[in-house]
Design a binder for this molecule. Structure first.
Ligand code: DOR
Length: 444
């Protein structure tokens, strides 16, 4: 007897679309077939007309716990994630206290257990003085090592060249970097202050967090990775220029990979006059030409993974002037819908969306038994109506911060259901309060 049978869905998986039935038992997909309707199941979902995707695996989120929970917490932000079709997330270390040792990591896993709606893993953060923690890291204890090679929210800049060399030379698992050159940014900030005083317009953000600052830092990261044969993943690429640093083609066999985030694929500098602080983030949203080049790079394979960098701040915090308003925006509830809008606009195929947002993060981080619709794999799935519509209004938002840069937009799809480990975590607009995610394990 199956726990659940999903019938007649169009599966988007492993580079193709295929109509099939999917049977689920004990958290996992047990059978995929063209006609399983005669097999007994406790529950059947008739998915005719809907598309079934592997749940999105978001390799970059900030859920703000511990210490910054007025902005968001593991319970609230993971609820928004499953409502948006994200079934697994990897969470960042710039919280308070910083996640820079094994004990702080374990504290996060304890916090997430029984509260996180989606499956979870956490990064160990690098600092200028935790090299021994990095070297001694249990490869099952973290998804990756996060290195802020440029300063952003939180005091986590790693800027000592000898420390960076040592991290790249000795990291036991993948190194994920935030790349922006901080001295260049400080100089640009001073120049902007000279020109505008405290009232710097938000339109200056891409000039301050400039293309040159991104290039200097990301080219340095790639140079270090080549020198030390590091498994490097460069997060949130924002400029066309940086794309030269990455190889096109399939991700398989690459030692250096790159990520793009949904807001950098959506917004451009033309949106600052309308949205201002709402789209202030690091690295900055840049020109239309950059956005379009990154979209092309997704197709070409220079960008391997699409994620969110979900980084909520309260509305009140965002009302500050340019230097006071913190960088970052909430995204997990609308990431997959935004990618499906790109599909509807003819910019990305569904197969590419699934490869970049589901398969590749699982492969790159060596996640065990997730990221594909495969027999034996966990049933982390999202059922989508591509003909549906979802208006983003205040009432629909699950983020603790209660705002979204997409408010007023109607996405051209509707998430019908999200399954986490075979259980309906979200269905027809309702969260299931009994369903929680699991700690990830890794093939390493
Ligand atoms: O915009 C950002 N916000 N970029 C980061 O790197 C950090 C994040 C945050 O934590 O707020």
């Amino acid at each position: 007897m199956h726990d659940l049978l999903i019938t007649q869905a169009t599966l988007v998986n492993e580079g193709r679309l295929q109509q099939a039935d999917v049977a689920i038992k004990d958290q996992r997909i047990v059978k995929i077939g063209s006609d399983l309707t005669s097999e007994p199941a406790h529950k059947v979902i008739d998915a005719a007309g809907f598309h079934l995707l592997p749940g999105m695996i978001d390799d970059q989120v900030h859920f703000r716990e511990p210490g910054l929970t007025h902005k968001g917490d593991i319970a609230t932000e993971s609820a928004a994630a499953v409502a948006g079709g994200i079934t697994t997330y990897m969470e960042m270390p710039n919280v308070n206290p910083l996640t820079i040792n094994a004990q702080a990591l374990e504290d996060k896993y304890t916090r997430a257990t029984g509260r996180s709606r989606a499956n979870f893993a956490f990064y160990l953060g690098a600092s200028n003085d935790n090299l021994e923690e990095i070297k001694n890291l249990d490869p099952q204890a973290a998804c990756g090592i996060k290195v802020f090679m440029g300063a952003s929210t939180g005091n986590m800049l790693v800027d000592k060249p000898e420390i960076l060399e040592a991290i790249f030379a000795s990291a036991p698992i993948l190194v994920a970097t935030h790349c922006e050159d901080t001295p260049m940014i400080h100089a640009n900030e001073e120049a902007a202050k000279d020109q505008y005083g405290e009232e710097v317009p938000f339109t200056e953000h891409p000039a301050i967090r400039s293309e040159a600052a991104c290039w200097k830092s990301s080219s340095y990261a790639v140079e270090l990775a080549k020198k030390h044969d590091t498994r490097l993943h460069v997060l949130h690429i924002t400029t066309a220029k940086e794309l030269e640093l990455f190889e096109p083609g399939d991700m398989q066999g690459k030692q250096i990979t790159a990520e793009a985030c949904v807001h950098h694929l959506w917004f451009s500098e033309e949106d600052y006059p309308r949205l201002g602080a709402q789209i202030k983030c690091n690295p900055a949203v840049k020109r239309k030409a950059d956005r379009d080049a990154i979209l092309e790079a997704v197709k070409e394979g220079r960008i391997d993974i699409i994620a969110t960098d979900h980084a909520p701040h309260t509305w009140e915090e965002k009302q500050g002037t340019y230097f006071k308003a913190p960088a970052g925006l909430p995204l997990v509830q609308h990431a997959l819908p935004s990618l499906i809008d790109h599909y509807h606009a003819g910019r990305l195929s569904l197969e590419t969306v699934v490869q970049k947002a589901c398969h590749n993060p699982a492969e790159r981080y060596q996640v065990k038994d997730r990221g594909y619709i495969r027999e034996g794999y966990f049933a982390d799935l999202v059922l989508v109506d591509l003909k549906g519509q979802s208006l983003v209004d205040k009432e629909s938002l699950l983020y603790k911060c209660g705002w979204s840069p997409f408010e007023g937009h109607t996405f051209k799809s509707k998430i019908i259901a999200t399954l986490v480990n075979g259980q309906l975590a979200y269905e027809n607009g309702q969260l299931n309060d009994e369903v929680f995610g699991q700690r990830l394990t890794f093939n390493r």
